[in-house]
Design a protein around this ligand. Structure first.
Ligand code: ASP
Length: 344
């Protein structure tokens, strides 16, 4: 009997799974049932690979909460049958989906590794093969029969990063993702270097809980000098709005103009959750550090600390979906749930 780890490879779409139609020159999705035929190197891996594909693979720009659930359902429905999961996903919104999946699976005890590529798998200079092969190796990595990684990771260009700490930063380089506020979990050189102390571990032997409800009645607003009062008020006037993420300057600063603070304060009084995340690629929100953020703290704006915008969005949709009071939501939001932000 083959006792090597069983891995489910899920194809959602994106460049990685495309091949060129040499007649038209267009990229078309590749038939994943033929994966082992097209990449015979996979046979050398010490794991058993099964594949499943979205009925209609998509460019990740078309990802939405319905498809997040479609993906979550595939993993949840086969959770006990596999030792690990690799998700092939377009790189454009991979950090959003992978962050959302990290909130979907509470007390995860198996690896869910996202990967993709900048060039299609059939391309001569493709980065897809290395990304796919090493992502599978990482998903199959075990120590004393237990998976080494028990969180949602994103593998790209020789690094496994905590997925909910990542941002796509480059549309050209093979090194497309960055995790400025958290170190790499695994580095791939001649050997796989596992940075044990950075891996996320759930305390005790807790049962996995699957969450599926994301409330997408939210908006992201980026602060910029000259932001227009009437336009902002008109965006914020929708009664549907349940949450707002404000991408602020530096350590969480915004304009101190009276109209702006009044709008924010009124929205919070109406029960809208407002989260402060920095538009900087690294570092943390620290409301109260500068005079320009003291009022935000006083009126009850939620601190996103060092969270990425991608994870902030997924966390807000997830917590709004849990139907909490604004006070409880604020407390939970400011607490790390899956290693997505610092403790204090
Ligand atoms: N536009 C593609 C996508 O995100 C790019 C990629 O696959 O990397 O689906």
């Amino acid at each position: 009997m083959n006792t090597s780890p069983k891995i489910l490879l899920v194809y959602t779409g994106g460049t990685i799974g495309m091949i060129k139609n040499f007649e038209t020159g267009a990229l078309i999705p590749f038939n994943f049932d033929e994966l082992l035929l097209k990449i015979p190197e996979l046979k050398q891996l010490d794991c058993q690979i099964s594949t499943i594909s979205f009925d209609k693979p998509i460019d990740s720009s078309d990802m939405d909460v319905v498809r997040w659930k479609e993906l979550g359902d595939i993993i949840n429905g086969t959770y006990d049958m596999y030792d690990g999961f690799v998700v092939l996903h377009g790189s454009d919104t991979m950090s959003y989906t992978a962050s959302a999946v990290s909130f979907m699976f509470e007390n995860l005890s198996k690896p869910i590794i996202f990967t993709g590529s900048q060039l299609p798998i059939g391309d001569l200079r493709t980065d897809a093969k290395e990304n796919l092969i090493t992502a599978l190796q990482i998903a199959a990595l075990q120590e004393k029969g237990m998976p080494v990684v028990t969180e949602v990771g994103l593998y790209f260009e020789y690094k496994l990063l905590r997925a909910n700490r990542t941002t796509k930063v480059n549309a050209e380089h093979f090194e497309a993702f960055q995790s400025s506020n958290y170190p790499a979990l695994i580095e791939s050189g001649v050997h796989l270097k596992v940075n044990e102390s950075y891996l996320y571990k759930v305390e005790g032997n807790q049962k996995m809980i699957y969450h599926t409800h994301f409330d997408n009645r939210i908006v992201i607003v980026k602060m910029f000098p000259g932001i227009n009062e009437n336009i902002l008020k008109s965006i914020f006037s929708s009664d549907l709005l349940k949450g707002i993420i404000i991408e602020t300057y530096g350590a969480g600063n915004t304009t101190t103009q009276k109209w702006f603070l009044e709008v924010i304060s009124d929205l919070i009084k109406k029960g809208v959750a407002i989260v402060n995340v920095t538009q900087c690629i690294g570092g943390s929100v620290d409301m109260g550090k500068y005079d320009t953020s003291v009022s935000l703290k006083e009126i009850g704006v939620i601190s996103g600390k060092d969270i990425t915008t991608e994870a902030a969005l997924a966390k807000l949709m997830y917590l709004l979906g849990e139907n909490l009071s604004l006070k409880v939501l604020k407390t939970i939001y400011e607490t790390p749930l899956r290693g997505e932000m610092l403790e204090n």
